[in-house]
Write a protein of this length. Structure first.
Length: 148
């Protein structure tokens, strides 16, 4: 089955990317709201407590259930460019945040080599953290992938 854009059942955006999991189920990642779900993550049918075991409390607090009983959670993006995630203190006080990655300095590379550790390809640059409002998922994603 071919991937497609669909209307998001969480926010109503037309920017929800649906990719096939199997013959009958889809994974939904919405660029409009930054939330994700799938046809297997059904409220009352799936062990949500086990799924949430390693999740931050804020992500659990922000979960929602759509009209099809799918459970939606905020997306976390981590790639070679950076990270996009939810940051805040509770379900009323949060933002989308983006942090860029940077190349390692020669001193950092030397430290890894000296300690016989694998040299990572990049390092998270906490000083680059930028916050966006609750509708700013796509802005945060654009921020981390943008050119310097």
């Amino acid at each position: 089955m071919e991937d497609k854009l669909v209307k998001c059942n969480h926010c109503g955006s037309e920017l929800c990317y649906a990719s096939s999991i199997n013959e009958t189920s889809w994974l939904y990642n919405c660029s409009g709201c930054g939330f994700s779900s799938n046809d297997l993550l059904i409220d009352g049918e799936y062990d949500v407590e086990e799924y949430e075991a390693a999740m931050p409390e804020l992500y659990k607090d922000l979960k929602s259930v759509d009209s099809e009983n799918r459970v939606w959670y905020p997306i976390v993006i981590m790639n070679e460019k950076g990270m996009v995630f939810i940051d805040g203190i509770d379900k009323d006080n949060w933002t989308w945040s983006g942090i860029k990655n940077r190349n390692l300095t020669q001193d950092e590379i030397d430290f890894y080599v000296l300690n016989k550790k694998e040299v990572p390809p990049y390092k998270t640059d906490a000083s680059s953290k930028q916050d966006f409002d609750k509708t700013g998922f796509l802005l945060a994603l654009t921020y981390i992938i943008g050119e310097e």
